[in-house]
Each structure stands twice: as C-alpha cells, then as structure tokens.
Design a protein around this ligand. Structure first.
Ligand SMILES: NC(=O)c1ccc[n+]([C@@H]2O[C@H](COP(=O)([O-])OP(=O)(O)OC[C@H]3O[C@@H](n4cnc5c(N)ncnc54)[C@H](OP(=O)(O)O)[C@@H]3O)[C@@H](O)[C@H]2O)c1
Length: 289
C-alpha cells in the first residue's frame, strides 16, 4: 500500500537513500533538507508535519561529529535529542509512525557477545548520551521504530569511514585501520530496505538493531575489501589505545539482529553488503568472488 512518507535530513548519507528507496517502492515522498526544516525549531517541526500529513516520518537528521560533540554539548543535544522530542510530538499529533535511527555507541563496548536490545546502554561520550536520549524521546511517539545502525556506508557522496578505506585500497595507498575495534557495518541500501519492510509489515513498535549480519574488526573488514577487489593492499593495524581521540570509542560493538529477524526482516551479511557496494562503485557486478 502506498504511503505518504516525510523524510527529514533528506540530504544526509542515509536520508538520500531512504528517499530513493521510498520513491522506488511507489510511496509519495516529501523530502526535506536542513534548508527547508531546521529540526531544532520546535514550532517549525509541528507546522511542517501538520501540513505534510504523513503516514510516516523518517528522521535521518543527526549531529554525528563524535569528537566535536564533546565541545558542543548543547548543539548535539538539540539535534540528537530535543529535535526528536519535537518529531515525536508531531508524529503523535499527525497519527504518523516515527522512524528514528540510533547507534551502537549507546553501549560501552566492554562486552564480548553481540549486544541485544535488552542489554543495558552505558554511553561513554556526549554524542552517545545525546543519541540515547533521542531513543527515549522517539519512544514518546505512540507508533515508532528506533533502529540502531552502525558504521554506515554506501551513501552517494561516498564519504564514510568504509569509503575512505576503499579509496585508499583502490588508490594503492596504505590504509591504517583499527585492529581491535569490532563493528557490525550497515549498508545504507539494506537499512533503507529494512525500514520500508518494517513500515509495510508493522511488527510490534519499539527498538530494533538494524545492521548487516555478523561482525568484524576494522582490520578484517579492510582485508575483506582488498580480497574482494583483488588487490594486495598495505594495511597497517592500529590499536585503539595508540590513538588519542577526544571522545571514547566503544571497543566491541557487534550488534545482534535477532529481534529484527524474528520480526520478519533478515539482514544480509556484511560481506555480502561489501560485495554489492563494490559492484556498485566499480561497476563490476558478477565478476568478483
Ligand atoms: N554515519 C554513521 O556511521 C552512523 C553510525 C551510527 C548511527 N548513525 C545514525 O544514522 C543516522 C543517519 O546518519 P548519516 O550518516 O546519514 O548522517 P549524515 O550523513 O551526517 O546526515 C545527517 C543529516 O542531518 C542534517 N542535519 C543536521 N542538523 C540538522 C538540523 N538542525 N536540522 C535539519 N537537518 C539537520 C545534516 O545536514 P547538514 O549536512 O547540513 O549538516 C545531514 O544532512 C543518524 O541518526 C546517525 O546518528 C550513523
């Protein structure tokens, strides 16, 4: 059934993909960028949503500068938390479903098994705390899906950390990669597909982990990219402890997709996602292993 979907943050990495996927699925999309709507302006949010009368609001806005947030508390909270409260209120008033995205950074990363939705968050940075608050505010919308994603890649601008690794490998440059940070990467195409499937199938509302299946260190991720690209890459393993970063990064951040799978959405493996993305970037579908 065709829906009226309002995508906010439509120019971002995920936002642009959500717009593309919604249009491709035949939904009527209202795509707004920061230019049309600053989500930190409460009254503007309420007015725009009331005028658009959406069935679903997909919030792709975020303040994602993890280190910058340590100096920009108010700004990070404004975008990642209080704006979500406005969107939840607007969704409530419009009778719309709110889809909101959060992050693996809500965990401290001291675990050793993939985190589930029942595991206790323990944010270690201003960014992480602001995103956790955003999750809580999103849940104020009577109908909501909060999807935790991680290490997003595959946006049109190709500016993610994974894109930087791919760029270095393809250019024959050395790539320095964390050897002891574990992640479950998320291909924007798969995240958009899962979002649409949730809006179609309507499993119970709530929090879902929405990453590609499996997990890897950044080093093994880079090795897999090089293997799939058929390139002998120069990879330099970097221990997290050897790098000084303003905000603490969680070390182990594998997320379990089991709840999403039980809801009927199976996420492809991260290796499969990398293969499809390399095919798209290199235009070599079907020619690599
Ligand atoms: N990227 C990752 O690896 C990652 C990891 C975990 C979770 N996530 C979450 O996934 C979601 C999508 O991330 P993404 O990578 O697609 O982010 P992105 O590319 O940084 O896009 C965020 C968008 O939000 C816009 N924005 C920021 N402040 C705004 C405001 N006040 N009003 C309106 N728009 C505003 C930005 O506009 P400008 O460009 O003009 O600033 C940008 O277009 C976010 O919730 C993010 O926290 C991402």
């Amino acid at each position: 059934m065709s829906m009226q979907v309002l995508v906010v943050g439509a120019a971002g990495q995920l936002g642009a993909e959500i717009v593309r996927a919604c249009s491709g699925a035949g939904h009527a999309v209202t795509a707004v960028t920061r230019r049309e709507l600053d989500v930190t302006k409460h009254a503007d949010v309420l007015a725009l949503v009331a005028a658009a009368r959406p069935d679903a609001i997909v919030n792709c806005t975020a303040y994602n500068d993890v280190d910058g947030a340590e100096d920009q508390h108010a700004h990070a909270l404004d975008v990642n938390a209080f704006a979500v409260r406005s969107l939840a209120r607007a969704a409530h008033d419009a009778g719309a479903t709110l889809v909101h995205y959060s992050t693996d950074f809500v965990f401290d990363g001291d675990g050793s098994e993939p985190y589930t939705e029942d595991d206790r968050p323990a944010p270690q940075s201003v960014y992480a705390s602001s995103k956790l608050l955003g999750e809580w505010f999103a849940a104020d919308a009577p109908s909501h899906y909060v999807l935790r994603v991680e290490s997003l890649f595959g946006g049109q601008a190709a500016r993610s950390s994974i894109d930087r690794i791919i760029d270095a490998i393809l250019a024959g440059r050395e790539a320095r990669v964390f050897v002891d940070r574990v992640v479950s990467p998320t291909y924007v195409e798969d995240c958009a597909g899962a979002t649409l499937e949730l809006l179609r199938a309507r499993p119970p509302v709530g929090l879902y982990h929405c990453v590609n299946s499996g997990h890897t260190t950044w080093y093994d991720l880079a090795r897999e990219i090089a293997r799939q690209a058929g390139i002998e890459a120069t990879l330099v393993p970097v221990p997290v402890a050897s790098v000084t970063l303003k905000a603490r990064r969680p070390r182990f951040c594998a997320l379990s997709n089991d709840k999403l799978r039980r809801a009927g959405v199976t996420m492809p493996t991260w290796q499969d996602a990398i293969r499809r993305y390399l095919d798209r970037r290199l235009g070599t579908a079907g020619s690599r292993g």
